[in-house]
Design a protein around this ligand. Sequence first.
Ligand code: ZN
Length: 315
Amino acid sequence: MLSQALEQGRLHHAYVFLGPDGVGKKTIALALAKAVHCGEAARDYCGGCANCVKIDGGNHPDVRLIAPLPGKKEISIEQVRTLEKELNYRAFSGKKKIGIIDPASLMNLSAQNALLKTLEEPPADSLLILVSASAGGLLPTLLSRCLRLSFAPLPASDVIRYLIERKSLSPDQAKLLASVSLGSLGRALSASMTELAGQRAAWIDEMTAMRQNAGWAALAEDLAKDRVEAIQFLEWLAEWYRDAAIYLVMGDAEWIGNRDLLDKLRAQAEGITVDDALRLRAAALETAARIRRNVNRRMALENIFADIAGLAARD
Ligand SMILES: [Zn+2]
């Protein structure tokens, strides 16, 4: 869609790219910037010319990438004003001035209001791309002035193929990372995902112990320390109970994500019903959503652990 708009000279002056982390929003934003400026390819980019190389290196005079400054949590109004000023200069290349703001949701309110003024009267030949995991945190008036493109999680088969072909992972490793990364190639490639893959066995052992002696408080306390890790754990837990449901219905099946931990999965699944597994999967996702909305993490984790431990009490 973007390359067609580029070819027809009908690019919008502002876009917002929305979708989960690690599915390629920033990659596409930079690809579009390269396609606009590439000296070799028409409606696409070559990746090797001076313009493409400068954009990849972050030092093309007509392309600005805005993120929080080192050590800062927000994108400030000064950063937005500087960008606005630059967008108003004529492009060195005679093509477009491009600003990419990622993550746009980290602009504070005054920065967003400043940007709103730019969007109301966009400078000639400027292109602004806002990148964000969700529309939450962005002013509705800002969103309404941008053309919205939604990015979906990638199909597991695509993530698996990429990991095997481009990263030389074994099919089992690739399936495992694809399963724990939930359709995000960025997450599959991150070190924390590899860590997560290794972490699962320890979590499962703690959950097994929890079912035996209701000692879940320590795990809840530990996970509650870090919001990102708590969410990562709960998303994995949802996958784990999805795997348990698949195991209970089908026996060993190739769709089981945590295949390398089949023995542990079997041991846990045998004590529960398919309904239990599906209910706990839903509870894990709901708890992750609540933690995203900033509820008390420890309490939310203790609730779901009590639920898991309750299954043992029933046995
Ligand atoms: Zn090029």
